[in-house]
Design a protein around this ligand. Structure first.
Ligand code: ATP
Ligand code: MG
Length: 553
């Protein structure tokens, strides 16, 4: 109808050539095809032990593991949970699950016993891959959960567990692995991955991603399509080197450091957890050509004297995303390196496999703070609270339609219906706007906007301003209830070591920079650290709960 046409003129698409749903490949198949003849090179290296897996090792082990899983009797569509830190075996475990036609559900390895138990139940896992550090929690869960048939242990053998190494060494011949070409396989409906969203705003939800969702998103982000400066082997350039610190269990780390890295034949230095010295030594030794960062890591690098031109010299690209970063932090990082790399911010969510936007390569860094354009094959729009489509420079909820939109939330039709509408638009819950050039700027989460009188205040905007202050090491803003204004912004500030910072100083600094309603009427609290999720997100909910319990609300 006329109305639909009027609406469509406001949609924003990728400036690059379209990509449609990738069929005919499972995720391991498309990765293997692109890898070409570079399998003998290092793929995953452990930063602490120096143990190296080549790309060929990854593929060989994944096939052996797949064959062993099938021989153990697991059937197509069974869920295997992975409760591992970033070990070098992680990619083989993941690909093995897929080559067996099973579904992988990655679990946060730092979760408590109860949290692990909850996800193992919610995901209906029948098998769990663990390692010595997570084994006890998994065992406790298995005692209470008869669904779990077996535990596979990565590393040293343990009683009562299958050993990954032995399984990986089994002979895949004679076993029919899961292939897209098989007549009974449909990659557009077959779920491959069942990650759980970060749980930043509520209990985590299981997100069903098909092989087609994931394979398509890989192609949508393909460096060869002009999306990034990263080289693929097939282009005959030098091998890319990445730091594998972002957790593999989260959408960002998994897509960039497992999918994309193996697709382009990169060498990833894996780190089990963040350690100031290990990270610095790893960076100095590995000389990354691209960094994959989240806000707390960028903040660390900016505030530490250890990161300068040398450490950042080999990087052509620094990628960031998963949470608001803010222009001031990005500029400080660029300054440290003498602006030689391209800062590429991306936007996405687990439900989007996970990428919907990236900033297209521009080594002059002219769009700092923007997440750029939709990736190829993706349509987006900004809508008002009443559903009207808005134009450029207008803030509203960003909605995304494309082949990377999830199949749905696992066993949660109601949540699926509330997120993906009848026309296939995924409502992200994030407030954003497009500038005149069609570049996206994320403002904040709809749920986290602070409502002061009639005005909306984005916590991330205040955080960005406060990060510019010389004495501020880290900061988080939440909304608290206020007798006259309804709500008011409240700041939690970590002052830099060796500095003194007072409430008056902070308020005086902000006063000329912001309008009245944005001022910190909810107060300021100084503290030692800000609670963060492993994906780098500020856990505002924890601060809010803490505030409420202290102030009896
Ligand atoms: P839950 O939905 O369970 O609360 P979550 O939304 O934190 O968890 P993820 O899927 O890991 O789980 O995160 C997606 C969210 O991350 C987006 O909705 C958005 O709020 C945020 N995000 C991602 N990239 C950016 C970015 N570049 N800038 C700002 N926010 C971002
Ligand atoms: Mg979410």
């Amino acid at each position: 109808s006329l109305y639909e046409d009027a609406d469509a003129s406001l949609w924003v698409k990728s400036p690059l050539q379209d990509v449609s749903t990738v069929v005919g490949y499972t995720v391991p198949e498309i990765i293997r095809e692109n890898l070409g003849g570079w399998g003998h090179l290092p793929a995953f290296e452990c930063a602490s032990t120096g143990k190296i897996y080549t790309h060929d090792d990854v593929l060989r082990d994944s096939r052996g593991f797949a064959a062993a899983l099938i021989r153990s009797g697991f059937k197509r569509g069974d869920v295997v949970a992975i409760v591992l830190p970033n070990v070098v075996e992680y990619p083989s475990v993941l690909f093995g699950i897929w080559e067996a036609g099973l579904i992988a559900s990655p679990v946060n390895n730092a979760y408590s016993d109860e949290e692990i138990h909850r996800q193992l139940c919610l995901s209906d896992a029948v098998c769990v891959v663990a390692e010595s550090e997570t084994l006890e929690s998994v065992r406790k869960s298995k005692e209470r959960n008869p669904n779990i048939k077996s535990i596979v242990i990565v590393g040293e053998p343990h009683q009562g567990c299958h050993t990954f190494k032995e399984m990986a060494n089994s002979d895949p011949s004679g076993v029919s692995l899961f292939k897209a070409s098989a007549s009974d396989v449909d990659t557009t409906t077959q779920v491959a991955l069942l990650p759980f969203s970060s749980g930043t705003t509520g209990p985590p939800k299981g997100v069903e991603l098909t092989h087609a969702n994931l394979a398509t998103n890989l192609i949508q982000c393909d460096p060869g399509k002009g999306i990034s400066l990263i080289q693929t082997y097939s282009s005959g350039k030098t091998q890319e080197r990445h730091v594998g610190l972002l957790p593999f269990f989260h959408a960002y780390g998994l897509s960039c450091l497992i999918h994309m890295s193996t697709y382009v034949g990169a060498h990833v230095m894996c780190m089990r957890k963040f350690d100031v010295d290990l990270f610095l030594q790893g960076v100095r030794r590995h000389k990354p050509t691209a960094f994959h960062l989240v806000t707390p890591l960028i903040n660390h690098m900016v505030n530490s004297n250890n990161y300068g031109k040398n450490e950042l010299a080999h990087a052509h690209t620094v990628l960031g995303g998963a949470a608001p970063i803010g222009a001031s932090l990005i500029e400080k990082l660029l300054d440290k390196a003498g602006k030689y790399f391209f800062f590429q911010e991306g936007y996405g969510m687990s439900e989007l496999s996970p990428v919907s936007h990236v900033l297209l390569p521009d080594t002059r860094n002219t769009k700092i703070g923007s997440c750029g354009s939709p990736v190829p094959g993706t349509i987006t729009k900004i809508v008002d609270t009443d559903g009207t489509t808005l134009g450029r420079n207008q803030r509203g909820e960003i909605c995304v339609k494309g082949p990377q939109v999830m199949k749905g939330y696992y066993k949660n039709e109601e949540a699926t219906r509330n997120t993906i509408d009848a026309d296939g638009w995924l409502h992200t819950g994030d407030i954003a706007y497009y500038d005149d050039d069609g570049c996206l700027f994320i403002v904040d989460r709809l749920k986290e906007l602070i409502k002061v009188k009639g005005f909306q205040v984005a916590p991330s905007e205040l955080e960005d301003l406060l990060r510019k202050h010389d004495k501020v090491e880290d900061v988080a803003i939440i909304g608290v209830s206020h007798p006259e204004n309804g709500e008011a912004p409240r700041a939690y500030i970590v002052p830099k070591t060796g500095t003194q910072l007072s409430e008056d100083e902070v308020n005086a600094y902000l006063k000329p920079l912001i309008s009245k309603h944005k001022q910190l009427r909810g107060g300021i609290e100084f503290r030692k650290s800000i609670p963060k999720a492993p994906s780098g997100k500020i856990l505002r909910r924890e601060l809010t709960d803490e505030y409420k319990s202290k102030h009896g609300q």
